[in-house]
Design a protein around this ligand. Structure first.
Ligand code: GLN
Length: 483
């Protein structure tokens, strides 16, 4: 097996035993990128300082220094996470030449642990989308079948990991953007509890919903990566001071007595039979290993998509007001006065989906419509959150499909926006309630496209969630087999 095909935990052990060097790992990853990137399109930029970082890690190992398990591991980073000196575009014309003067906190933490930032991954513009077809640069194709989408908005991160063009990746999840592409590409995608990971330096889309999450090849890798980026940050007032365990060393694969909540609402007619069957059989396997299933009700799911698109667009319209052609990013070449400059810059700099969200957000916040839309969506948010709190009195995790279908064909949903939005129907509620959720591979459809099992947990119960996912991974013999 080539080094780029391995996991963080395998490679960190090999590095410690001197069976390989960080430079060799990076070189295998780079070879793979050169070989396959033309077909996949996972990256927007490659970090030309990666070799330097890898060399430093090798020197530190040679001196006998104790290093974190992430040391020397090539990690890909979604292009809405600020990297000092490395172009960060949000896949938008608006920021196509923006070079951040500072790092996001998660990047500082990765660098402190000596991981190697391999490059910046493609995404839907400003993280708005479910297919990575909304990028200003190019689309990202699904490594399992390049006629299909990789999912979105963190499609580049998930495709990079699935195609072995990175060992692990960071994405961001506002309504499912880590879990949905993980499900489509057969990777493990974790969205932490709101406040678990600092958002400082994450370019804002919908600040009250989003978290930076991990995309990996195994649950253990997800635990390692989350452990490295989690924790209070004084630069993000919404980050939590609640302490957290060492997720990776506390992993426990036993699912004995684990109470798995099943909500019928998540298995409705809109879910493909193949998806339903794969998720049901994953649940059966958990049961066969002494987990208990508990029936719960999540009736407010019906309102989750509409609430999400109202709240997310409202926040987007406010967050994106800063792109005015003055402070940074794109400015129209040709204008007549200030207002004209604003108008032309924004008309030329933003793509169609971003404009749609800004218009929708402005509309739902405008006087006369605020009460009818925004306020109602916020009321539904309370109801959805209350239902989850109730459910977690009866169960430890909730099992659902991650997405109602497997990956769709490129172009299939671009004209039908509601169908596109519908692909988030199982993921958005976790963002609305601020709870953690993970997607793990649980099979494939007849076409060979991956299917994802979503597990949701109570607030700050990442360890329980990771343990359940780890248990399932053990039961199915590892995700390499599912792949
Ligand atoms: N697909 C959803 C949207 O378009 C979620 C995006 C995300 O999580 N960033 O808004």
């Amino acid at each position: 097996m080539k080094l780029n095909e391995m996991t963080i935990s395998e490679l960190s052990e090999m590095l410690r035993k001197r069976r390989c060097s960080a430079t060799e790992i990076l070189s295998d990853v780079k070879d793979r990128i050169n070989e396959t990137e033309g077909k996949i399109g996972a990256y927007i930029s490659i970090n030309d300082k990666a070799e330097n970082s890898a060399r430093k890690v090798d020197e530190a190992f040679a001196k006998g220094e104790e290093l974190h398990p992430l040391a020397g591991i090539p990690v890909a980073v979604k292009d809405n996470i600020s990297t000092r000196g490395l172009r960060t575009t949000c896949a938008s014309k608006m920021l196509y030449n923006y070079i951040p003067p500072y790092n996001a906190t998660v990047i500082d933490r990765l660098e402190k642990n000596s991981s190697v930032i391999i490059g910046k991954t493609n995404m839907d513009e400003f993280a708005m989308g479910s297919s990575t077809e909304n990028s200003f640069f190019h689309i990202t194709r699904n490594p399992h079948n390049t006629d299909y989408v990789s999912g979105g908005s963190s499609g580049g991160s998930s495709a990079a990991v699935a195609a072995d063009e990175a060992i692990a990746a960071l994405g961001s999840d506002t309504g499912g953007s880590v879990r949905q592409p993980a499900s489509f590409c057969g990777t493990v995608g974790l969205k932490p509890t709101y406040g678990r990971v600092s958002r400082y330096g994450l370019i804002a889309f919908a600040s009250s919903l989003e978290q930076i999450g991990t995309i990996t090849k195994s649950v253990k890798d997800s635990a390692i990566l989350l452990g490295a980026i989690a924790g209070y940050d004084r630069m993000d007032s919404t980050s939590s001071r609640i302490s957290f365990p060492d997720y990776a060393s506390n992993l426990n694969a036993s699912v004995k007595g684990l109470r798995v909540g099943i909500a019928e609402e998540y298995f409705s007619d809109t879910v493909d039979d193949e998806v339903k069957n794969a998720v049901y059989s994953a649940i059966k396997e958990l049961e066969a290993n002494a987990a208990e299933t508990v029936s719960i009700s999540l009736a407010a799911k019906e309102f989750s998509i509409s609430s999400y698109y109202i709240i997310a667009s409202a926040e987007a319209s406010s967050n994106l007001a800063r792109y005015d052609g003055v402070k940074y990013g794109y400015r129209s070449k040709d204008y007549d006065g200030l207002t004209d400059m604003y108008e032309k810059t924004r008309s030329e700099g933003f793509g169609d989906e971003v404009k749609r969200r800004i218009m929708l957000g402005t509309f739902v916040l405008s006087s006369g419509y605020y009460e009818d839309y925004y306020r109602k969506a916020k009321l539904m948010q309370r109801k959805i959150t209350a239902e989850f709190s109730d459910a977690f009195r009866k169960c430890d995790v909730i099992a659902t499909p991650t997405t109602p279908t497997t990956a769709f064909r490129i172009g299939e949903n671009t004209e039908d926006i509601l169908k596109m939005y519908g692909s988030d129907v199982c993921t958005v509620a976790a963002n609305i309630a601020g709870i953690p959720a993970i997607s793990v591979p649980c099979g494939k459809n007849a076409m060979g496209l991956p299917i994802g099992l979503q597990l949701m947990g109570d607030r700050f119960a990442e360890q329980t969630l990771l343990n359940a996912a780890y248990g399932y991974e053990r039961i199915c013999g590892g995700f390499r087999e599912v792949k």
